[in-house]
Design a protein around this ligand. Structure first.
Ligand SMILES: NC(=O)c1ccc[n+]([C@@H]2O[C@H](COP(=O)([O-])OP(=O)(O)OC[C@H]3O[C@@H](n4cnc5c(N)ncnc54)[C@H](OP(=O)(O)O)[C@@H]3O)[C@@H](O)[C@H]2O)c1
Length: 276
């Protein structure tokens, strides 16, 4: 019997859902957070090694209550935290509502910090019990390349990269590893959610872009990888003896790497060729 538990945030859809299923298949106990309860006949909810936690990552008290539940069940050691919950708020920097750009950071950045802080006591405890606990942050290729009209999302993922490196270096003496898994475009509902959000482009100087938004994001989604590939990378990050501190999962990885190291004005040409 397995005594290892993993907490995955945001398991309602997409990468989180596929990752939770994958970790269950591989024998872990999984604590998965959702904001709206899963249905009773949901396959995750019915799995004997799955426990549903209810929290919005912006709600510190709710996170704490969820983690307390893991501690209270006690028989299992929390050996991994996968910070997956995230949103992508598209829109021009000039015209996007304050509530929207703040939400971007509240969820992807401050929520992730809260989950780390609340779960670290349990990770330290499993370290003391002889395990090698890990935090895996789901970052993005947008954690180092910035597409126009995705700058809020991108800057939130730049922050996730910095938090990953900082926390890894802070926790090194304690033997808790912190790594990031950065997917490129992945086939999940995040794209449809973004397409539904056009308010920042409406009735302003950026409105001419509206007809391009759907085709552009549909093409990116179609060209994306299956979420299972990201789940595999997350599993490797949780279980490899020495995991890579950062891994990029995407088609044409070489292209992203090339652009990443190109001068900024060369990068400009790549991005504006696509949206203009
Ligand atoms: N898909 C891609 O192309 C791609 C590429 C690079 C990185 N990523 C990253 O991968 C992660 C997962 O995204 P996905 O593509 O799988 O999208 P998704 O299907 O939209 O899943 C996002 C998950 O995060 C949860 N979530 C959103 N806001 C939350 C909040 N305030 N508190 C708690 N949970 C919240 C969602 O729950 P609700 O259903 O309750 O909203 C959902 O479970 C994100 O961090 C995203 O940035 C995705």
């Amino acid at each position: 019997m397995h005594h290892k538990s993993i907490l995955v945030t945001g398991v309602s859809t997409g990468i989180g859902l596929v990752t939770a299923r994958d970790l269950l298949r591989r024998g872990f106990r999984v604590y998965g957070s959702v904001r709206s309860p899963l249905g009773e006949d949901d396959d995750l909810a019915r799995h004997p090694r799955f426990t549903e936690l209810h929290f919005d990552v912006r709600d510190r008290e709710a996170i704490r209550a969820g983690i307390q539940r893991i501690a209270a069940e006690g028989r299992h050691h929390l050996v991994g935290v996968v910070n997956n919950a995230g949103v992508a708020v598209p829109g021009p920097i000039e015209t996007t509502d304050e509530a929207e750009y703040r939400r971007q950071f509240d969820v992807n950045v401050f929520g992730l910090i809260s989950v780390c802080q609340e779960s670290l006591p349990l990770l330290h405890a499993s370290r003391e019990a002889g395990f090698r606990p890990r935090i895996v942050n789901v970052s993005s290729v947008s954690g180092y390349l910035t597409s126009p009209f995705m700058a809020f999302y991108s800057s939130s993922k730049f922050a996730v990269e910095a938090l990953t490196d900082g926390l890894r270096r802070e926790l090194m003496p304690f033997g808790i590893d912190v790594v990031s898994v950065a997917p490129g475009p992945t086939k999940t509902p995040i794209w449809a959610k973004g397409r539904a959000q056009t308010s920042g482009f409406e009735d302003n100087r950026y409105s001419y872009l509206i007809p391009q938004l759907a085709p552009y994001t549909q093409a990116a989604e179609r060209g994306g990888v299956e979420p299972q590939l990201v789940a595999d990378a997350i599993h490797a990050a949780l279980t490899d003896k020495v995991p890579r501190a950062h891994v990029l999962i995407m088609k044409k990885r070489w292209l992203a790497k090339l652009i990443r190291h190109a001068p900024k004005r060369v990068q400009d040409r790549f991005f504006t060729k696509r949206v203009r």
